[in-house]
Design a protein around this ligand. Structure first.
Ligand code: EPZ
Length: 428
């Protein structure tokens, strides 16, 4: 079992380059299935969610060729059976994008119920609503989702709540449907826009991505294309929070500053300096960190995927901060671990009250999920003493070369292979 060992208290200084966006690439890789020719994808991050997604395609019969660092050629034209391997699909959330893409291409799909981070209740009713609106029938049994449609007909889809995954699945299923599909109350995240741009580069006809109304005119066929994935706004935000928590001075390169607006604004309120350039931001801290309130919202609001990292930073701020998690109903599982490090946080439902303690102390902790794990890394970097983080496989799902990038900024972090089973697994 692998652990991170972090000796905290060192300021992060220097430059770090951000990788391709996890939540864009896990939608764009399955979308390659829609093409009648091979695609070349660039800026693909080397993270386990990507490896699993590529493996699923390969096991279904696609040709997957690594052309160089972060660049893959994928030819999915030889897929015969639109069934995604159960053992792989059950591990990640994004496996459910194979539903939309296989339905869009072949009119049928069979995928296991998705896995991914436990963040509370994560139903898929809006995904099924979108597929049904387009004329598909959906059956859930034995842990599998079976959908099929004789013909997909464009329709009006109104989401009862804003959902990134269901918006993406509706787009994937509708691009080759007959006629016009209008998706209302659509998610507006940068990765929705990235997927639309990718599909349009294949010959799709999608308008309005990035707004709450997306219009899709079905086309008969989509061609192979070459495409570079956008930088990861959450990876960038994580390094911004880490630089602030260690009172460092870091230039974060290969970002789209507009995608970071809500994070930048919140950091500025806390007293962090954020200097914006064309494709980079510099983060530094001169004065005291001060309390603030954060409420997570769908984009362009403050992203839920940055909530744990910012809560950690607020543990080091003067005063009492309030963090409200509006998207998921159980995204404070990292709080118990931060308390081991001296944090003073109380949680009531979707609200965390954080009393700034000024300093954390290193301790053995366990990562409960991807972004919570990132938060514990930030806590370890800022803490006095040594922090050991278990179950780092969660973190490696979404952060490429984390320990190398942090070491490049002066952090004292190593990955150690420790025999035995993680405490959490042993207990469970
Ligand atoms: C995506 O998850 C991301 N995952 C999550 O990132 C991110 O936190 C989330 O979007 C919100 O931005 C991927 O892109 C792989 P949702 P997703 O559908 O699609 C409810 C990370 O750390 N809902 O936008 O599952 C749902 O329960 C991960 O990178 C329904 O009720 O999120 C939640 O409360 C964690 N019915 C809310 O909507 C549905 O059919 C938002 O979920 C679908 C969702």
């Amino acid at each position: 079992m692998e652990k991170y060992i972090i000796k905290g208290g060192r300021r992060l200084e220097g430059e770090v380059t951000i990788s391709g966006a996890k939540n864009a690439v896990v939608a764009i890789i399955p979308a390659v299935i829609l093409a009648d020719g091979p695609c070349v994808l660039e800026n693909i991050p080397q993270i386990s969610d990507v490896s699993i997604t590529l493996r699923m395609l390969y096991e279904m019969g696609a040709e997957v060729t690594r052309l160089g660092k972060g660049t893959y050629r994928i030819d999915a034209t030889r897929i015969k059976d639109p069934v995604v391997p159960y053992e792989l699909a059950r591990h990640i959330r994004a496996s459910y994008y194979f539903l939309g893409t296989l339905l869009g291409k072949y009119g049928r799909a069979r995928v296991s119920m998705p896995g991914g981070c436990y963040l509370g209740d994560r139903p898929i009713d809006q995904h099924l609503k979108a597929f049904s609106s387009l004329g598909a029938s959906c059956v859930l049994e034995n842990g599998m989702i079976d959908i099929c449609a004789d013909r997909l007909i464009g329709s009006q889809i109104y989401f009862d709540k804003i959902t990134v995954g269901a918006t993406i699945n509706a787009m994937l299923a509708a691009v080759k449907a007959t006629g016009l599909t209008v998706i209302e109350n659509a998610a507006r995240e940068p990765h929705i826009v990235d997927l639309a741009n990718f599909l349009n580069s294949m010959g799709a006809d999608i308008m309005g991505a990035g707004t709450d109304v997306i219009k899709i005119r079905g086309v008969r066929s989509l061609k192979g294309t070459s495409y570079a994935i956008i930088p990861d706004q959450i990876e960038a935000g994580t390094y911004m929070a880490a630089a602030a928590a260690t009172r460092g001075n870091v230039l974060i390169k290969n970002v789209i500053p507009k995608h970071l607006e809500s994070i930048t604004a919140k950091l500025a309120k806390i007293g962090v300096n954020v200097e914006e350039f064309d494709d980079s931001v510099r983060v530094s801290v001169d004065g005291p960190l001060v309390k603030t309130s954060i409420k997570t919202m769908p984009h362009p609001g403050f992203p839920t995927d940055m909530q744990p990292q910012m809560s950690t930073l607020l543990c080091l701020a003067n005063g009492t901060s309030i963090v409200t998690e509006e998207i998921f109903n159980n995204r404070f599982r990292y709080v118990d671990e931060l308390r081991r490090m001296g944090a003073d946080i109380s949680v009531e439902g979707r609200v965390a009250v954080i009393v700034g303690v000024g300093r954390l102390s290193g301790a053995p902790v366990t990562a409960p999920d991807l972004r919570a794990g990132a938060a514990l890394v930030i806590a370890g970097l800022a803490a006095n003493g040594v922090t050991e983080i278990d179950d780092i496989y969660h973190i490696e799902r979404g952060y490429e070369n984390l320990e190398e990038k942090l070491r490049g900024l002066g952090a004292d972090i190593v990955k150690k292979n420790v025999p035995g089973v993680s405490v959490r697994k042993a207990v469970l």
